[in-house]
Design a protein around this ligand. Structure first.
Ligand code: PLP
Ligand code: ZN
Length: 415
C-alpha cells in the first residue's frame, strides 16, 4: 500500500477501517461504500515539487493512488487523454467556451481503463490470479484488456443485450465470458456470488473502494491541465455514479493541494430512460431502483451502487443533474463527430446532449465555460452510430451518378 493512504471510511456512517481487501461497511451493508482517505498534508510536500519530472499518464499521481510503490505497473498507457478547445461545437450548443476531453483514447477505448488499471494491481497485491466483474460492456472490455496486459485471468459477466463490439473486445483479450440471460442487475449479483465462491478478485466498481481512485485521475488531470483557468462546469454522464463521484473527488483533492482555487460545478447527465440517480438527487430521498430503457447501454443502470457518492459530489460542487432522451443522445453523437472529429458512443456523448439542454433551459449561462468528458469511443456501438449517421450512396461506377448525388448533397448540407 501507498504510505500516504490512511484508511477506508464509510461514506454513509463515517466508520473507518484499515485499507485492506475490504468492500463495504460492516454496519451499513451494501450501502456503506468505503472511501480511501489520504494524508494530504504530507502529499502536498512531495507532489508539487516532483510532478514536472513525471510521465503524462495516471501514474504521475502515485501519492494519490492506493498502489504500493513496489507494484509493477501495466505497460499500457492510461489517462492524460487529450483536451480539445472545440469552437464549432461550442457555437452549436450556445456556450462561450467549450472543451472536450476524449477518454475514448484510452487503451481499450473508454474511461473505464482508469479504474481497471487500479483493479488489476489490487488483485495482484492481494494475491489473486483471477479477477471478475459484471458490466454492460466497457468495464468488462477494459478489465479484459488490462488483465491481458498484466497476465491475470478474467471472468466477465455481461447481460444478454450488450453491443457486439464490446463482447468482441472481451473475447479477443482472452476473457472467459458469461453472457447472462437477464438484466445487468442479475449479472452483477451472479458475479458477486461467484467471486465469493471461487475466490476471484471483484472488480465491480460500484462497491470496490479502490476503483473509484482510478476514476478520479480524470479530475486530477483536468485540474493540473487548466490550473486556475479551470472551466466553470465539468459535464459527465452518469450510470452507477462512480465516474462523476470519482472526478469530483479528484477535483476536490487538487483544490486541497493548491493546484486550483475552486472546484468546477458538476453537471451529471442521465438518460431519460434510466434516471434513478437524477430522481434521488432532486427528491432528496434514498435511491429507488428503476427499470431501464435507453440505447446508451453504458449508463443503463437501474440499481446504481454508487449513487450516494455521485449525489454528494454534485451537491458539494454546487452542480446539478439533467436527463436526455435517446433522440438527443443520437443527435449528440452525430453533432460531436461532425463538429469536432471525435466519435463517441451514446453514453460517451450524453454529456454533449446534457450541456445543450442545460443551456436551453438556462441552467447554465451562455457566458460560462464547460468541459465535457467523452467517456467512450463510438466504434463500441456501431448500431447506434449508424442510426445517428444516415446512409451512404450506392452508385454505379460513372460520373453521371455522382452529379445526381451531388445535387442531393448540396440540398442536404446540414449537420
Ligand atoms: C461506465 C460509463 C459511464 C458512467 O460511469 P458510471 O460510473 O457508471 O456512472 C459513462 N460513459 C461510459 C462510456 C461508460 O462506460
Ligand atoms: Zn457505515
Amino acid at each position: 500500500m501507498n504510505g500516504f493512504v490512511e484508511s477506508l471510511k464509510c461514506i454513509k456512517c463515517g466508520k473507518e477501517y484499515p485499507a485492506e481487501n475490504k468492500f463495504t461497511c460492516d454496519y451499513c451493508g451494501d450501502e456503506g461504500i468505503l472511501d480511501v482517505q489520504y494524508d494530504y498534508e504530507r502529499i502536498k510536500l512531495v507532489i508539487n515539487s516532483d510532478l514536472q519530472k513525471r510521465k503524462y499518464n495516471i501514474w504521475r499521481y502515485r501519492e494519490l493512488l492506493p498502489i504500493s510503490y513496489s507494484a509493477e505497473l501495466p505497460h499500457l498507457e492510461i489517462g492524460w487523454t487529450p483536451v480539445y478547445d472545440v469552437e464549432r461545437l461550442a457555437k452549436f450548443i450556445g456556450i462561450r467556451k467549450l472543451y472536450i476531453k476524449d477518454d475514448g483514447r484510452n487503451p481499450t477505448n473508454s474511461f473505464k481503463d482508469r479504474a481497471s488499471a487500479i483493479g488489476v494491481l489490487k488483485a495482484i497485491e492481494f494475491g489473486f490470479d483471477k479477477i471478475a466483474c459484471a458490466s454492460t460492456g466497457n468495464a468488462a472490455s477494459s478489465l479484459a484488456g488490462l488483465s491481458a496486459a498484466v497476465g491475470l485471468q478474467s471472468y466477465i459477466f455481461v447481460p444478454e443485450h450488450a453491443p457486439e463490439p464490446k463482447i468482441t473486445q472481451l473475447l479477443i483479450f482472452g476473457a472467459n465470458v458469461f453472457r447472462v440471460k437477464g438484466s445487468y442487475e442479475q449479472a452483477f449479483e451472479l458475479s458477486k456470488k461467484s467471486c465469493e465462491r471461487f475466490n476471484w478478485y471483484n472488480r465491480n466498481s460500484g462497491t470496490n473502494p479502490y476503483l473509484v481512485e482510478g476514476k478520479k485521475t480524470a479530475g486530477l488531470e483536468i485540474a493540473e491541465y487548466f490550473g486556475n483557468d479551470i472551466p466553470d462546469w465539468v459535464v459527465v454522464s452518469v450510470g452507477d455514479g462512480c465516474t462523476i463521484g470519482g472526478i469530483g473527488k479528484g477535483l476536490q483533492e487538487m483544490k486541497r493541494l493548491g493546484f486550483i482555487n475552486r472546484v468546477p460545478k458538476l453537471l451529471g447527465v442521465q438518460a431519460y430512460g434510466a434516471k434513478p440517480v437524477y430522481d434521488a438527487f432532486f427528491s432528496n430521498t434514498d435511491l429507488i431502483p428503476t427499470d431501464v430503457n435507453t440505447l446508451a447501454d453504458s449508463i443503463a443502470v437501474g440499481t446504481p451502487r454508487n449513487w450516494r457518492r455521485a449525489v454528494k459530489q454534485i451537491r458539494e460542487s454546487n452542480g446539478t443533474m439533467i436527463t436526455v432522451t435517446d433522440e438527443e443522445i443520437l443527435e449528440a453523437m452525430r453533432v460531436t463527430a461532425r463538429l469536432t472529429g471525435v466519435f463517441g458512443e451514446p453514453a460517451g456523448v450524453a454529456g454533449v446532449a446534457g450541456l445543450k439542454k442545460a443551456i436551453n433551459n438556462e441552467i447554465i449561462k451562455y457566458n460560462e465555460s464547460a468541459l465535457i468528458i467523452i467517456t467512450g469511443n463510438g466504434l463500441k456501438d456501431i448500431r447506434s452510430a449508424k442510426e445517428a449517421a444516415g446512409k451512404e450512396y450506392f452508385i454505379e461506377p460513372n460520373l453521371e451518378e455522382i452529379i445526381e448525388k451531388i445535387k442531393l448533397i448540396i440540398k442536404r448540407n446540414k449537420i
